[in-house]
Ligand binder design. Structure first.
Ligand SMILES: NC(=O)c1ccc[n+]([C@@H]2O[C@H](COP(=O)([O-])OP(=O)(O)OC[C@H]3O[C@@H](n4cnc5c(N)ncnc54)[C@H](O)[C@@H]3O)[C@@H](O)[C@H]2O)c1
Length: 264
């Protein structure tokens, strides 16, 4: 079975990564380009988007780096227009933007609560708001959101706002899927489990004695004995975006090495 995204434009929101290595969005952008898609690499950090675009172009793919803040409607609208001006269509919307801030209701400031809700949830609302009209005109499109195991489980970290935001994203996914199912538009989510991406080194490692402790503990909690990588998310996302997944919509797909099947 050859999975091809040729003749498709993928708008990957959060296509950079917060540090060296492969985040979920960066790997997904590259994987989609390898499958033949033209990629719009959108990120608030322009240098990170440019790095992804450079990797794709070095392999002979087509990619346009665009700086945009996914929590700002005008910024998203402008990125969508830039994508259309360059490639003429948006066939795949991949929402990968996300962040964590530690704290329960007592510790977390209202500003930080709102920030996490905005980055993880409002961002997907805004990209859908501006890309869905394009997909409706095309009578075709696939949206894939990036959820988290934290949307359905308490995973041990005190990040109340992240649990709430990702749970909301699951239901947004299913609502969009059903509203547009008859119009050629599919909407799913990938649900990463415990992954080894640059984000954990920046945002999670303070929960442990050391980086090495974090890696050991996170590997140990996974049924396969190791964390997943950005490539696991990328491969699942390429499949969901492809015609091979044409009858799959409204799914929140665990990409977690089995961890969601058991109590942690
Ligand atoms: N790493 C894990 O263990 C894990 C587990 C479950 C879910 N996830 C989810 O996967 C997604 C990506 O995670 P990652 O580990 O690759 O993280 P990452 O931080 O490396 O990548 C996210 C990218 O989004 C960008 N971004 C942040 N705010 C933005 C904004 N307002 N507008 C545009 N771009 C913005 C960042 O600059 C970054 O390049 C997130 O949604 C995260 O919640 C990660």
């Amino acid at each position: 079975m050859e999975i091809s995204l040729k003749q498709r434009t993928a708008f990957v929101c959060g296509a950079g990564s917060v540090g060296p290595g492969w985040g979920n969005g960066k790997a997904t952008a590259v994987a989609m380009a390898r499958a033949g898609a033209s990629v719009v690499a959108v990120d608030i950090n322009f240098a990170a988007a440019q790095e992804t675009a450079g990797l794709i172009e070095a392999e002979g793919g087509a990619c346009l780096a665009v700086q945009a803040d996914a929590t700002n409607s005008a910024s998203v609208q402008s990125a969508v227009q830039i994508a259309l001006d360059r490639f003429g269509s948006i066939d795949i919307l991949q929402n990968v933007v996300g962040t964590t801030i530690m704290g329960g209701p007592i510790e977390l400031s209202e500003e930080d609560w709102q920030k996490v809700l905005d980055i993880n949830l409002k961002s997907a609302f805004l990209t859908c708001k501006h890309v869905l009209p394009v997909m409706l005109r095309q009578q075709r499109g696939v949206i894939t959101n990036t959820s988290s195991l934290a949307s359905i489980r308490y995973v041990g970290y005190p990040y109340t706002s992240y649990y709430a935001a990702k749970a909301g994203l699951n239901q947004l996914t299913q609502a969009v899927a059903l509203q547009y199912a008859a119009q050629g538009i599919r909407c799913n989510a990938v649900m990463p489990g415990v992954m080894n991406t640059p984000l954990i080194h920046q945002q999670i490692s303070a929960q442990y004695e050391s980086e090495a402790d974090m890696i050991r503990a996170r590997d140990a909690v996974c049924p396969m004995g190791r964390m997943g990588t950005g490539w696991d998310i990328a491969n699942a996302s390429v499949f969901l975006a492809s015609d091979q997944a044409q009858y799959i919509t409204g799914v929140v797909l665990p990409v977690d090495g089995g961890i969601s099947c058991r109590c942690m």
